[in-house]
Design a protein around this ligand. Structure first.
Ligand SMILES: Nc1ncnc2c1ncn2[C@@H]1O[C@H](COP(=O)(O)OP(=O)(O)O)[C@@H](O)[C@H]1O
Ligand SMILES: [Mg+2]
Length: 271
């Protein structure tokens, strides 16, 4: 392994070409070639409600109001799928550009699915303050939507020393791209510490709940971990089974979660 002194972030990589529709489909983007789909409609409804929450947060002038953290209790509950489709819907309907930031380093992560696994991204920005986040963003076929890949993982000994704390990274991203909505596709709350570390510094959180799989106690434990975060919107995924065509409604997990700052019945102070 290289010694710390030889660590260098990848430089002079040309900006990757815009992602293709096929690459975005690989990551779960719903493409409606032949008219609207039910799932697409459901995402539009969720995105519109999320947009309302974001607008309110922006108006309140809260710290990092333009950031949305997408998380769930466990892996494979649909965080990346939801990130891509919520972000695409937001980009198409809201006036602001949207940047998805891959913040979940794992095999099959969003960057890998869209062919950006080896491109500089979030980790590089975390290690090097000279990088402009906008330069890391790769365009997609959805107007107004781009992706910042996960970047080079901390595989060198000194990375952790160079790396700025995650909360600071989110502050810097928010300030560097004030006119965009930043959607952080994060890891699961019960397996990694990053989302709970980030929770207090993001404007809003979308908690993806997988119908029939996420257990109530797990959900409560996860909500407890993000206690103190301002606005948590729960989104029910995979309602009707595993076939995309038969996925039922995406919805909020009760009215409590549609009302920012209202406490949910079970998980106290989660909102
Ligand atoms: N509502 C859905 N309809 C169809 N496929 C879905 C849905 N939600 C998730 N998936 C698929 O399930 C798998 C896991 O989802 P993913 O978003 O990668 O999970 P996570 O990011 O939470 O680990 C992916 O293949 C994804 O495309
Ligand atoms: Mg994911």
């Amino acid at each position: 392994m290289d010694s710390p002194s030889t660590y260098e972030r990848p430089t002079a990589l040309t900006r990757p070409s815009p992602r293709t529709v096929a690459q975005m489909t690989q990551a779960g983007l719903i493409v409606e070639d032949e008219g609207r789909t039910r799932l697409g409609d459901e995402f539009r409804i969720c995105a519109s409600r999320l947009n309302g929450i974001i607008k309110a947060t922006l108006q309140s002038g809260e710290r990092n109001a333009n950031t949305v953290l997408i998380t769930s209790t466990k892996p494979a509950e649909g965080k990346s799928f939801s990130s891509v489709n919520l972000a695409a819907s937001l980009a198409q309907t809201a006036a602001r550009p949207v940047v998805i930031i891959d913040a979940d380093l794992k095999p099959g992560c969003l960057s890998e699915l869209v062919g950006l696994r080896l491109q500089p991204g979030l980790f590089d920005f975390a290690a090097d303050p000279q990088i402009r986040p906008a330069d890391l963003a790769v365009e997609t076929p959805v107007p107004g939507l781009s992706i910042i890949p996960i970047g080079v993982p901390p595989s060198f000994a000194d990375f952790e020393q160079r790396r700025r704390p995650l909360m600071e990274v989110v502050d810097l991203l928010s300030v560097a791209m004030p006119d965009a909505t930043l959607v952080l596709d994060a890891g699961p709350l019960l397996s990694t510490s990053d989302p709970s570390v980030l929770a207090p510094s993001v404007g809003q959180i979308v908690m993806v709940v997988e119908a029939g799989r996420t257990q109530r106690l797990e959900l409560e434990a996860a909500l407890e971990l993000i206690r103190g975060a301002h606005k948590v919107m729960l989104m029910l995924n995979k309602v009707a089974g595993r076939q995309r065509s038969s996925f039922g409604s995406y919805s909020y997990y009760g009215d409590y979660y549609a009302r920012p700052n209202a406490p949910p019945p079970q998980a106290k102070s989660a909102i």
